[in-house]
Design a protein around this ligand. Structure first.
Ligand SMILES: [Zn+2]
Ligand SMILES: [Zn+2]
Length: 255
């Protein structure tokens, strides 16, 4: 399985894009500003989009991409998200004020098909199994576990302390965990309020993971990336923890 890291920052700025992962060229996991790195040809190859939550850093690329590919796409794009996220997209984005309503354009065969999911669902998309994972965030949010015949990875979505997740991952044993650590330890209260982890929270959370896999940190606050990573390494010297980087291509196969 190939993961193109198009966006993995908690903000924007030169070289920084928000959460956007492209899996095997045709499955999009969140639609942040990272979508702008794709050529038209690559955008047209995307068949399914799975969305973690409605926060703008995870969806802003979607309306822009739909307008871009509108005249050239051949098949409707399938969008999978929680019912609350689908409602938010309809109400706040595709409402003819912020953006045209692509849920009914073109009239005879709309460019997107919306599919409602819920926590615990297991989807079969392309050659992959996708399990919808719990997440803890101030708005309805999920994570995803994506597996093919050879390998699997879990993405927490944006999430703070999430004790429900670890028994599931202990059972599924992914090869890679991509996890949100947005803030440094000094920003503890804001992290708790906004539903993100700090390095100390990560340490507490990983104490519940009894499966040893590679861990990659995402959604780091711009300007604090080095401090976040230093604190993670100090607190968890024995874990394989890496910072996720933009334009990184992860080729995942089981060890
Ligand atoms: Zn969020
Ligand atoms: Zn976010």
């Amino acid at each position: 399985m190939k993961i193109d890291v198009l966006g993995c920052s908690g903000g924007i700025g030169q070289g920084l894009k928000t959460t956007t992962f492209l899996v095997d060229d045709s499955l999009l996991l969140d639609a942040g500003t990272g979508l702008e790195l794709l050529t038209m040809e690559r955008m047209l190859k995307i068949r399914d989009v799975i969305i973690t939550h409605a926060h703008i850093d995870h969806i802003i690329g979607l309306p822009l991409m739909l307008a871009t590919i509108f005249d050239q796409h051949k098949e409707p794009l399938n969008i999978y998200a929680l019912p609350e996220v689908i409602d938010a997209l309809k109400q706040h984005i595709f409402n003819w004020t912020i953006w045209p309503d692509y849920t009914c354009l073109p009239e005879e065969s709309p460019i997107i098909r919306l599919h409602k999911i819920k926590k615990g669902d297991k989807l079969s998309l392309q050659d992959k199994n996708i399990e919808v994972l719990p997440a803890q965030h101030p708005t309805p949010t999920v994570g995803y576990l994506i597996s093919d015949a050879n390998a699997s990875f879990a993405f927490t979505g944006d999430s703070g302390i999430n004790d429900e997740l670890w028994p599931i991952l202990n059972d599924r044993k992914p090869d890679l965990l991509i996890i949100d650590v947005s803030f440094t330890d000094e920003i503890d209260e804001l992290a708790r309020l906004s539903g993100h982890l700090t390095p100390s929270h990560l340490q507490e959370q990983l104490a519940q993971l009894n499966h040893d896999c590679k861990i990659m940190i995402t959604h780091l606050k711009p300007g604090f990336e080095d401090t976040i990573m230093q604190q993670c390494h100090q607190l968890l010297p024995d874990k394989q923890i890496y910072r996720l980087h933009h334009n990184q291509i992860i080729n995942l196969s089981s060890p």
